[in-house]
Design a protein around this ligand. Structure first.
Ligand SMILES: Cc1cc2nc3c(=O)[nH]c(=O)nc-3n(C[C@H](O)[C@H](O)[C@H](O)COP(=O)(O)OP(=O)(O)OC[C@H]3O[C@@H](n4cnc5c(N)ncnc54)[C@H](O)[C@@H]3O)c2cc1C
Length: 391
């Protein structure tokens, strides 16, 4: 008796067509000026507009709110292709933050009125979104955050300072996490708010950083910053639960473009190893070089398998906490290792600014820090095994 195979790994025809179209778009229309933008630490507004016009900013958002309504697996594949094709990793990271750390929070937790009010402008790119959680004293341990939001009649008054916020200097809208109770249990003491950037009392200071310079980063301060109570996102005290639910999107989906970068590095190393000659032969003839690239290729394959599994689980509406942590950990560490090896295989040229390899290295280093560090991912995975967890 023959039975149908339980698993298959082939993308649909539509997914293949979309991936090819996205890669072509990204190669032809994005990142041409990345060296200058990186040097001058500039956000690429033209690239942002091109992505908005292509539909990128609304890929996973339902059509009723101005998006394309792609399912999670297809969204992941599209972002992988964008990451592979777009030389400006900073622009892609800005989009990731806008979409998965701001728009998707609104989609998951907003009222229909909030979604109607904000999502169409986030999808067409006329508003730029950001996500403000981290503080000077609050990084991995989000439950210790100190920014407060005090109810005062029909409004909440925010006070505190957020750090390392991606897109902050160019953002129009922030999802802000603040403490709404000093007495509730830690998991019920936080709430999320939608805060427009032009709210009086909100100020931003830019923070220069090593890589991903196409995504400006900032410190965001709230000084008696009052927002109407209808800008509470979800329920009062529901901020931690909202964060943990939607963080799965952020961790899983932001990794997709990193897998695309990994593919780009493999291609680049194969080209270089086939053309660069030393000792009268292409350097790829030396096993020390070819095996290094073989290891990179294996990391790419494993990253893709984990990535598609997470997309598939999400498309089935299933939880993927363990898989997302393994994916985030494995891909960010693999990318860091592969970028350093890419530099090594390119010799001195890889270390200069001419080729852009050193920029790739600077860009990928942050991947093991943002969205929960590698140590925290390992603690989540070991916690799910019944061993020591994050706290
Ligand atoms: C490029 C970039 C963009 C970012 N964008 C945003 C953004 O848009 N919004 C936002 O809110 N935040 C953002 N962040 C901040 C990011 O989320 C934090 O950096 C991250 O959560 C870690 O916090 P921390 O930097 O304070 O490090 P800490 O929490 O101070 O950790 C320092 C070190 O100690 C380790 N450590 C801490 N606790 C444990 C533990 N329990 N077990 C083992 N090791 C531990 C960490 O792994 C790390 O190596 C961004 C960061 C970067 C680098």
């Amino acid at each position: 008796m023959t039975t149908a195979p339980a698993m298959h790994f082939a993308p649909t025809r539509e997914q293949t067509v979309l991936r090819n179209r996205v890669r072509r778009f990204a190669r032809q229309q994005l990142g041409a000026d990345v060296a200058r933008l990186d040097r001058e630490r500039l956000f690429d507004r033209d690239g942002w507009k091109a992505c908005a016009d292509f539909g990128v900013l609304g890929w996973p958002i339902p059509a009723e709110y101005g998006g394309a309504g792609l399912d999670p697996l297809t969204t992941i594949m599209a972002f992988e292709a964008l990451g592979q094709g777009c030389a400006d990793n900073g622009l892609v990271f800005a989009i990731n933050n806008h979409l998965f750390a701001c728009a998707v929070y609104l989609l998951d937790h907003g009222t229909p009125e909030q979604c109607k009010r904000w999502l169409p402008a986030l999808c067409d790119g006329s508003l730029i979104g950001a996500h403000a959680l981290t503080e000077e004293e609050t990084g991995s341990d989000m439950l210790s955050l100190r920014t407060t939001a005090v109810r005062d009649g029909g409004r909440y008054v925010l006070n505190g300072t957020k750090m390392f916020i991606s897109n902050a200097p160019v953002a129009d809208l922030f999802i802000v996490f603040a403490r709404t109770s000093e007495t509730a249990a830690p998991q019920q003491a936080l709430s999320a708010f939608i805060v427009p950037a032009d709210t009086p009392g909100l100020t931003v200071r830019e923070i220069p950083k090593a890589g991903l310079r196409g995504t400006p980063m900032g410190e965001v301060s709230f000084t008696d910053c009052a927002v109407p109570a209808d800008l509470l996102l979800g329920s009062e005290g529901g901020g931690y639960a909202a964060f943990t639910r939607t963080m799965e999107w952020e961790r899983g989906f932001m990794v997709a473009s990193q897998v695309g970068v990994l593919a780009r590095l493999v291609d680049r190393c194969v080209r270089h190893a086939s053309t660069r000659q030393q000792f009268g032969r292409p350097i790829g003839d030396f096993q020390a070089v070819s095996h290094t690239i073989a290891d990179m290729r294996v990391r790419l394959e494993l990253s893709q398998l984990l990535l598609y599994k997470v997309g598939w689980l999400r498309s089935q509406g299933r939880l993927a906490l363990n898989e997302v942590s393994m994916l985030k950990l494995y891909v960010s560490e693999s990318l860091k290792a592969s970028a350093l090896e890419t530099m090594q295989l390119h010799g001195a040229r890889g270390y200069t600014e001419d080729l852009g390899v050193e920029r790739e290295v600077r860009d990928v280093l942050a991947g093991t820090i943002y969205g929960g560090t590698s140590q925290i991912q390992r603690s989540i995975i070991s916690g799910l095994l019944g061993l020591s967890g994050p706290a």
